[in-house]
Design a protein around this ligand. Structure first.
Ligand SMILES: [Zn+2]
Length: 156
């Protein structure tokens, strides 16, 4: 279960460090088509998880850095995400402020996996919350009983 509590805000030095991790992650972006490298760093209770944008010739299949980092956190067992920092390389001269914000798909992922996280837009260290980006987020009702994973044993 992902925590929905609001952890204490990060200190400026913590934000700066998380942004430096996000910028390092951006170096590994696969931005063959846009040439716009984005990195994300997720800070959880257990550690820090990185992601970068991964583009595809079929544009709709591209992944944003935020979702890659959130998937890394989840698959490594993270259950409480405190912050998500987003950094950019190759910023174009006509870069608009809204281009630095997570896209709609990422906002929905944040609503699902990191609803209490501090969202840090690294240029300027702008700090946002999900309620700033996606008020009244789409949510499904919690199942009444936990869904048990079906375990299949592989016999060798
Ligand atoms: Zn996105």
């Amino acid at each position: 279960m992902v925590s929905e509590t609001f952890p204490a805000s990060l200190h400026a030095k913590e934000r700066e460090k998380l942004c430096s991790f996000a910028a390092c992650a951006a170096e590994r972006a696969y931005a063959r088509y846009s040439h716009f490298r984005v990195g994300a760093a997720v800070l959880g209770l257990r550690g820090t998880y990185l992601g970068a944008n991964i583009e595809n010739a079929s544009y709709g299949l591209s992944l944003c850095a935020e979702r890659v980092a959130l998937a890394a956190a989840l698959t490594q067992g993270e259950t409480s995400i405190r912050a998500l920092a987003i950094a950019f390389l190759d910023v174009p001269s006509d870069f608009a402020v809204n281009e630095a914000l997570p896209c709609g798909a990422c906002r929905q992922w944040i609503a699902e996996l990191a609803p209490g996280a501090e969202i840090i837009i690294c240029p300027g260290q702008r700090v946002l919350r999900l309620s700033d980006l996606l008020p009244d987020a789409f949510r499904l009702r919690e199942p009444e009983q936990p869904i048990e994973a079906e375990v299949t044993h592989v016999q060798g």
